[in-house]
Design a protein around this ligand. Structure first.
Ligand code: HEM
Length: 250
């Protein structure tokens, strides 16, 4: 590397660091209370007397077989078991319980898992089909939801959502780069967003993020295939698959 290149990259790092500091020094928004967060969801999707988000879903039961290799990074009881019972729920995005499965607004799709650990507490994990999240804090998320609610088709341009996305590039990426509707919940990859600290028996920490990958492989619909699907195709599909045998994820 020449000195010039080296200096340029140092300059780039310094600029990046300065920007990061400027961001860090901005006063954080106050944390919304639970009802304020729920109201923000209602402003985006309406109060449909259901869950405020991921309202349309389907429950299933299953079995989790931990990889013994996980015991090298965690002493959590769940991973010491040979198997654990799981209660799960696949879902669509939004707080609209009748949202059609075959439209983009139903993405990201959700996966919630509740593992039973005998003699211990349950372990819950929520994931969705996008590997990331639009914002860093609940307060920014509430702002995004309110902007969505105020940006219907009659809203003057630029809409509050246009303005929000102009100043929140990660939220823009989240809203504009979702995968197409999946062939099946059984062909969807799901991602946890928060990183978690695992500690092994020797006290060594490892930071992890959950991801659940379909053994059938990731499969999404193209435009022609999507036209053949009805508003409940994901619900029908998963019931049909499970009637024939188990569906697996790793
Ligand atoms: C500021 C961040 C978040 C807020 C305020 C929030 C809020 C909520 C609320 C209010 C519900 C409905 C709960 C119910 O009525 O049972 C929900 C459900 C859900 N959320 Fe979030 N959430 C957040 C972040 C996330 C993230 C990061 C993910 C995934 C990576 C996620 C995935 C889900 C899923 C899959 C469900 C459906 C759970 C089920 O099927 O039982 N959420 N969330």
């Amino acid at each position: 590397m020449s000195n010039l290149t080296k200096n340029l990259s140092v300059a780039a790092v310094l600029t990046a660091t300065t920007n990061a500091l400027a961001i860090a020094q901005t006063a954080p928004l106050p944390e919304p209370k639970a009802q304020q967060m729920t109201d923000a969801y209602y402003s985006a999707f309406g109060d449909n007397h259901s869950r405020a988000v991921h309202a349309k879903g389907i429950l299933f039961e299953g079995m989790f077989t931990p990889d013994p290799a996980a015991r090298s990074i965690t002493k959590a009881k769940l991973f010491a078991l040979s198997t654990a019972a799981v209660l799960g729920r696949f879902s669509n995005f939004t707080g609209i319980p009748t949202i059609p499965d075959n439209i983009g607004d139903a993405t990201p799709r959700g996966l919630a898992l509740k593992f039973t650990v005998p003699g211990d507490s349950e372990v819950d994990i929520v994931m969705h089909s996008f590997d990331g999240f639009p914002v860093k804090t609940a307060a920014e998320f509430a702002q995004l939801l309110v902007a969505i609610g105020a940006s219907g088709k009659d809203a003057p341009k630029p809409t509050p959502l246009d303005k929000y996305l102009a100043s929140h590039p990660i939220a823009k990426t989240f809203l504009t780069t979702q995968k197409p509707p999946p062939v099946s919940f059984a062909t969807t990859a799901f991602f946890g967003v928060n990183s978690l600290k695992f500690t092994n028996a020797q006290g060594q920490p490892t930071y992890i993020r959950y991801r659940v990958m379909p053994v059938a492989g990731e499969q999404y619909l193209d435009a022609a295939e999507l036209k053949t699907k009805d508003a409940n195709y994901l619900q029908s599909d998963i019931k049909e698959r499970l009637a024939k045998g188990p569906v697996s994820f790793i």
